[in-house]
Design a protein around this ligand. Structure first.
Ligand code: ADP
Ligand code: MG
Length: 339
């Protein structure tokens, strides 16, 4: 008697949700990434009770074609890659086609979306992975995505959630990183009606730094720009006399994706070397651009960790560029005084 069988899609989605949807911030992350991939220039996020009772993300991006709406919630359904080769040339934030089915399997989802400006759109309701309705609905171009009662049908996961404040901390941290990664997009974040973040879009990274860390911090930043054959970098690093106790004020962005990289953090700290007191950290936002084939993002479902195929060269490049701009500032302190 055969004992092995393939699990049905419903269970498969719930299993995937265990990895993809760790907490409310993961939902915010996936929905905001989809908005950016859809070319949105404006993304608004509303959360309630740390995102556990409600998360709403609206964007003015391409929208989902009415005929694709249901398919978008199928497992491994994506418009972003089509063949195995594409996996080595990822240019979008998403590509796994796992977020929507995972989110929908552990919450109550309502999405209203339209592709054109004629007011014709589509509304879909899915609860716990079961389609409740799929009908024409008036909508303007873009997508309005609501996620209610996250983990309502997975009590073990719900119980594991921390306080509203902790969950909100994860959400706002993620939104800050996203805003820093995409200064060309206007973001807002509200929690229980209170505004926590507002950026203007338009591409001014220093304005985003001011919105996230405050104007005093923004004034302590020096601009950095450079390129080599393989890499280009732009961004801001703080003057050595402006330090923080918190390592998480380092944001590294690769091809528009916020990533966590131990080796890059170390390279940044080495560049500051003796300039910083022990235990203090700089404020850094680095935006790196490289050919997509040089970075493997298919390492973990959350895509926060990546692998670089020219890691040693990249690390040396980053360290050298930061060191150069810092030594320039230290050698010519007048520039500092004129601020
Ligand atoms: P992935 O992002 O990996 O492709 P998702 O499950 O997150 O997978 O989304 C599935 C598909 O639904 C996407 O490939 C995209 O075509 C569509 N989609 C999801 N969100 C949006 C959005 N906000 N705007 C336009 N299309 C979207
Ligand atoms: Mg996605």
């Amino acid at each position: 008697m055969a004992k092995i069988k393939v699990l049905d899609e419903h269970i498969a989605n719930q299993i995937a949700a265990g990895e993809v949807v760790e907490r409310p911030a993961s939902v915010v992350k996936e929905l905001v990434e989809n908005a950016i991939d859809a070319g949105a220039t404006k993304v608004d996020v509303w959360t309630e009770e740390g995102g556990l009772s409600s998360i709403r993300v609206t964007d003015n991006g391409s929208g989902i074609d009415p005929e694709d709406c249901e398919t978008a919630f199928y497992r491994h359904a994506t418009s972003k890659i089509s063949g195995g080769r594409d996996l080595f040339q990822i240019t979008s934030l998403g590509f796994r086609g796992e977020a929507l089915p995972s989110i929908a399997s552990v919450s109550k989802v309502e999405v209203v979306t339209a592709c054109g400006e004629d007011g014709a759109g589509r509304r879909l309701v899915i609860e716990g992975g079961t389609l409740k309705s799929n009908e024409d609905a008036p909508a303007s171009r873009g997508t309005d995505f609501r996620v209610k009662e996250l983990f309502y049908n997975t009590p073990a996961r719900l119980k594991y959630m921390k306080t509203v404040q902790t969950e909100l901390g994860h959400i706002s941290d993620y939104m800050y990183r996203m805003a820093l990664s995409h200064p060309e997009v206007a973001f807002t974040l509200r929690h229980n009606g209170n505004s926590l973040l507002q950026t203007l879009g338009g591409g001014d990274l220093l304005q985003v730094i001011a919105a996230v860390y405050g104007t005093t911090s923004a004034k302590a930043m020096i601009e950095l720009e450079g390129e080599s054959l393989d890499f280009a970098v732009s961004g801001f690093v703080s003057l050595p006399d402006f330090t923080r106790s918190n390592r998480s004020a380092i944001t590294t962005v690769v091809n528009g994706r916020y990533i966590r990289s131990h080796v890059l953090n170390q390279a940044i700290m080495r560049a500051y070397h003796t300039l910083l007191p022990v235990g203090r950290h700089p404020l850094v936002v680095l935006r790196l651009v490289m050919h997509p084939s040089l970075v493997d993002v298919n390492v973990h479902p959350a895509k926060l960790e990546v692998r670089f195929s020219k890691e040693a060269e990249l690390v040396a490049f980053v360290e050298e560029k930061i060191r150069a701009v810092l030594s320039h500032e230290v050698l010519i302190p007048k520039a500092v005084n004129q601020r």
